[in-house]
Design a protein around this ligand. Structure first.
Ligand code: 6R9
Length: 631
């Protein structure tokens, strides 16, 4: 039986009184091969930065997420897969999950993949994606899942950065009635980088694909050749579990590294506390495994807790806006966890798509990925949840491994849009520009003043970047790059990123990444990208583009530039507005004044602030007029 811990006040009090006892309890949710005697060894001092949790403990993450439940309840459902095509679904029992994970692990081992090797997963939302993650965990390999919506270029740079030896993919992915050429993209990526010795392909659509002899294998064939049983590797709590690339303020995505013991303990603890599921419940996180939400709350958290987790191959709006609610009725889903962008896109199609289905099974509705606007929160609560179901607005990041600030079911629900209170064990502060803590109500930069087990340990291959990015702005603290407000009751409201990261449909994107994709086009001299409010996506991508001398704007240029970004990054980064401009507002020292570009894109031109330091103030009016034409 998994230990549960769902009383926030009791846990918070325990943490205050005896933090080590609290953290020991969090660790004891897991099955250890050697129970850790050490709790943590942490310093946020940038000259001596280190973060270690439960370091003398050993365990295997796959044993925790699979074997212990396969022994206790082999016939219960571990994964409920819901296919893109309405009406298709498959239940995978814990026994089957064990069987498949062992097979996949043995296929990897048979081809020389082992402890510490990096394996890229570029997969659709099929159960094999979970098998692959858990197979890596079983043999001590480190997975790095790359979202299936990323381009071959983006895939290649991740393969190269982590030095992957194997790629697991599918012939094609299916999503919203369309297909995605995953294996062809892998081939294109592998034409650019070396080091990959194995490509394992899952057959999904049956599309003809190209195979390289001696490197490429079908999963369904390879699995027939290996034994069913695969022992688990004994891993240290601090051994890496996975790398996940995420955007920051520079052009190059960071490989966020998470380790085994602390990450899993935190994913398990928060999943239990926030969603409060019992065995037999059906829990549905509608994210993609390519994002951290899919890692912690589709795969690791719920499976560690022995909870039936839904894997959904499709999209919320196909074939129509009733898709979520139809599946909730069909499978008696108890928890739905999705992003505000999905909620907003469903809202606009009207309530009848929701109300015609029976949603009485729902116990908790969760939100993640971006600030939820009060209007969407109310609709989620009142329409989707019939005014009865609690909403948990969970704030966290790829870097934090699991949720850090959130309400839990049972909390009074009076504040649409507030992430409310830190989880037990989490110490936050709001700092002003001089790094002084803001006491009581006020606005500031959100930092964590102490560590928690699910915290990232480093940027893969670039520890200095880890230190510079997170521990330099406010020495002695982890800086989230989010701003936040604390109200009179002490509740926290996340106000959004304060760096050059935008949040498009819940997807994190560095404006610098989009800029470098644009300037890769032969006609572009310079580009500046900002986010602007977008009804559905939360933020849209507005690009100011300066052409090289001798190039003029023409009808298809916008299309070409959009395509350019899709090729370099992927469809998730497709620009919404491309404004061809004669120049950019720059300071005399040549710094682009992004604040002004943001205001222009937002249409807030009456409050541009001081423009007197600009090298060419006249450019502002030209940009404002140009922007009106785009809106
Ligand atoms: C889990 C995830 C992290 C950034 C984060 C913040 C924003 C996430 C939020 C939220 C307001 C919430 N964010 N959850 N903002 N309220 N409930 O999304 O990770 O992709 O790394 O994005 O997303 O700005 O800094 P990731």
């Amino acid at each position: 039986m998994i230990k549960t811990s769902r009383d926030r006040m009791t846990d918070a009090a325990l943490f205050e009184e005896a933090p080590d006892v609290f953290w020991k309890g969090v660790a004891e949710r897991l099955k250890w091969m050697t129970l850790p005697s050490e709790i943590s060894d942490v310093s946020f001092d940038k000259d001596d930065l280190h973060i270690r949790w439960y370091a003398d403990g050993t365990l295997n993450v796959a044993e925790n997420c699979v074997d212990r439940h396969a022994e206790a309840r082999p016939d219960d459902t571990a994964i409920l897969w819901i296919g893109d095509e309405p009406g298709t679904s498959k239940e995978i029992s814990w026994r089957e999950l064990h069987h498949e994970v062992c097979h996949m692990a043995n296929v990897l081992k048979a081809r020389g993949v082992g402890r510490g090797d990096r394996v890229i997963l570029y997969m659709p939302m099929i159960p094999e994606a979970a098998y692959a993650m858990l197979a890596c965990a079983r043999i001590g390999a480190v997975h790095s899942v790359v979202f299936g919506g990323f381009s071959p270029e983006a895939l290649a740079s991740r393969i190269e950065d982590c030095g992957a030896v194997a790629v697991i993919t599918a012939d094609e992915g299916r999503r919203g009635g369309k297909t995605v050429p995953l294996k062809a993209n892998v081939d294109a990526a592998l034409a650019r980088v070396s080091g990959v010795r194995l490509v394992l392909t899952v057959q999904v659509t049956g599309k003809d694909i190209h195979f390289v002899h001696g490197r490429d294998y079908w999963w369904h064939e390879a699995r027939e050749e290996v034994p069913t049983d695969c022992p688990t590797e004994e891993m240290s709590a601090e051994d890496p579990l996975f790398i996940l690339y995420t955007s920051g303020s520079t052009g190059k995505p960071k490989g966020v590294l998470h380790t085994s013991g602390g990450y899993l303990a935190w994913a398990s603890y928060t999943h239990d506390m926030i969603f409060q599921c019992d065995p037999g419940d059906v829990y549905w996180c509608a994210a993609d495994v390519g994002w951290i939400t899919g890692h912690s709350y589709i795969v690791y958290g719920p499976l560690a807790n022995g909870i039936t987790t839904v894997m959904f191959e499709g999209v919320p709006t196909w074939p129509d806006a009733g898709r979520f609610w139809a599946e909730i009725e069909r499978h008696k889903v108890n928890v739905l966890y999705t992003a505000p962008t999905a909620i907003r896109s469903l809202m606009k199609d009207g309530d009848s798509f929701v109300t015609k289905y029976d949603r009485s099974s729902l116990k908790v509705l969760g939100s993640v990925g971006e600030p939820i606007n009060p209007e969407a929160w109310r609709w989620y609560h009142e329409v989707a949840g019939d005014g009865k179901v609690p909403i948990v607005d969970t704030w966290w990041q790829t870097e934090t491994g699991g949720v850090l600030i959130s309400p839990i079911p049972g909390d009074p629900m009076t504040k649409p849009g507030a992430a409310t209170k830190p989880m037990p064990g989490i110490k936050t502060a709001l700092l002003d520009q001089d790094a002084k803590p803001i006491e009581g109500a006020g606005n500031g930069s959100l930092v964590l003043t102490s560590s928690w087990p699910g915290q990232m340990r480093t940027v893969y291959g670039d520890h200095q970047r880890f230190i510079d990015t997170y521990f330099s702005a406010f020495p002695g603290n982890y800086f989230t790059s989010d701003g936040a407000r604390r109200d009179e009751d002490g509740d926290i409201w996340i106000t959004g990123r304060v760096d050059d990261v935008i949040n498009v449909s819940g997807h994190r994107m560095g404006t610098a990444e989009v800029e470098s994709a644009l300037v890769a086009h032969e006609a572009v001299a310079e580009a500046a990208v900002v986010g602007y409010p977008h009804d559905i996506k939360g933020q849209g991508i507005w690009c100011y583009v300066i052409l090289k001398a001798g190039h003029t704007s023409h009808d298809s240029l916008g299309k070409e530039l959009r395509q350019q970004v899709r090729t370099e990054i992927g469809p998730v980064a497709t620009p919404d507005v491309i404004q061809i401009a004669p120049g950019l507002p720059k300071t005399r020292s040549g710094k682009i004044m992004r604040r002004i570009l943001r205001k222009i894109a937002e249409g807030e031109t009456s409050s541009l602030g001081d423009t007197s330091t600009l090298a060419e103030p006249e450019i502002v009016d030209v940009l404002i007029r140009g922007a009106e034409g785009e809106r």
